[in-house]
Write a protein that binds this ligand. Structure first.
Ligand code: AMP
Ligand code: FE
Ligand code: FE
Ligand code: ZN
Length: 282
């Protein structure tokens, strides 16, 4: 049953649609519940919850955070956070300031090579949003320097490419702690994206477990049945609840469809939400 989607981005981060439109679209698709999980920003949470009340669809306040792990980045989702929590807002402010500095440096590097990214205009267009590499990618496509967002990442923005700059990250422990303080539950996002073998993935999961992480995203765009089953068995072994999400970004990642994924592999029923609510943070 396709009833929920717990991972999506609005124009508060790098999605194309407003929080209200994302909720309306979920309603149109017949979903019972969704979570809005913008990168490093909760400015869309209350708006989405309000719209959910109007539309008669449950909206869970969420967030997606990048965490530093062994010189790279893993993503932590948060569910059920209080968007007014002071510590949360303070931490997110720090993250956004750090991003701002990085955006300035990335833009300067591109402008030096004659690429007219126009960061001021980007900021004006997205004044309430988390600006990051995806916005630079869209701009590179507009300038005719890349064919698609994906192509822009491959050629310019992925680690190892010319304009990539690493930003500052929370550790897994810091992320889990402040998500819990804000009343939320912490969930390790899209484990396959980290390209780890079984042994290394287990090391990551042990570290998450010790940090108090509550759940793991086992149903995700592009994950086939075999891989989803593998993740579910790991979740059972480590005592994580299971979540499902497409990582919908609207028109900015047009190949990903809400509550569907690439080929229909993102399918989950409402019972997953009951499991999240029933789970006691240790
Ligand atoms: P940032 O946080 O500014 O470093 O940007 C990271 C975000 O860019 C991720 O959360 C994804 O939404 C997007 N992203 C990262 N790598 C790629 C890629 N290779 N192709 C498309 N989108 C990507
Ligand atoms: Fe994104
Ligand atoms: Fe992510
Ligand atoms: Zn995401």
């Amino acid at each position: 049953m396709r009833e929920i989607d717990l991972h999506m981005h609005t124009d508060i981060s790098d999605g194309s649609e407003s929080p209200e439109n994302a909720v309306r679209y979920a309603k149109y698709k017949g979903l019972k519940a969704i979570a809005i999980t913008d990168h490093d920003n909760v400015a869309g949470v209350k708006r989405a919850i309000e719209e959910g009340k109007k539309q008669g669809i449950e909206v869970i306040g969420g967030l997606e955070l990048g965490c530093g792990y062994e010189g790279r980045e893993v993503h932590m989702l948060a569910y059920g956070i209080d968007p007014d929590n002071e510590k949360l807002l303070k931490t997110l402010k720090w993250i956004l300031e750090d991003r701002d500095l990085r955006n300035e440096r990335m833009a300067a590097n591109m402008e030096k090579d004659g690429i007219r990214v126009n960061l001021a205009e980007m900021k004006r267009l997205h004044s309430n949003s988390t600006i990051g590499r995806p916005h630079f990618a869209v701009r590179l496509v507009e300038l005719g320097l890349a064919e698609s967002v994906q192509d822009a990442f491959n050629r310019y923005l992925d680690p190892g490419q010319k304009y990539y700059l690493r930003r500052s990250f929370l550790t897994i422990e810091e992320a889990a702690e402040f998500i819990h303080e804000a009343g939320g539950k912490a969930v390790l996002a899209h484990p396959r994206q980290y390209r780890m073998n079984d042994e290394r993935l287990r090391i990551l999961l042990s570290r998450c477990k010790a940090a108090g992480v509550d759940g793991m995203e086992c149903i995700y765009s592009g994950y086939d049945d075999e891989y989803k089953d593998y993740l579910k068995s790991l979740a059972a072994e480590f005592g994580f609840f299971i979540t499902a999400g497409s990582d919908w970004h609207g028109k900015n990642k047009p190949h990903i469809e809400m509550a569907w994924g690439l080929n229909g592999e993102v399918e989950a029923g409402y019972e997953l939400i009951r499991n999240i609510k029933d789970h006691e943070t240790k």
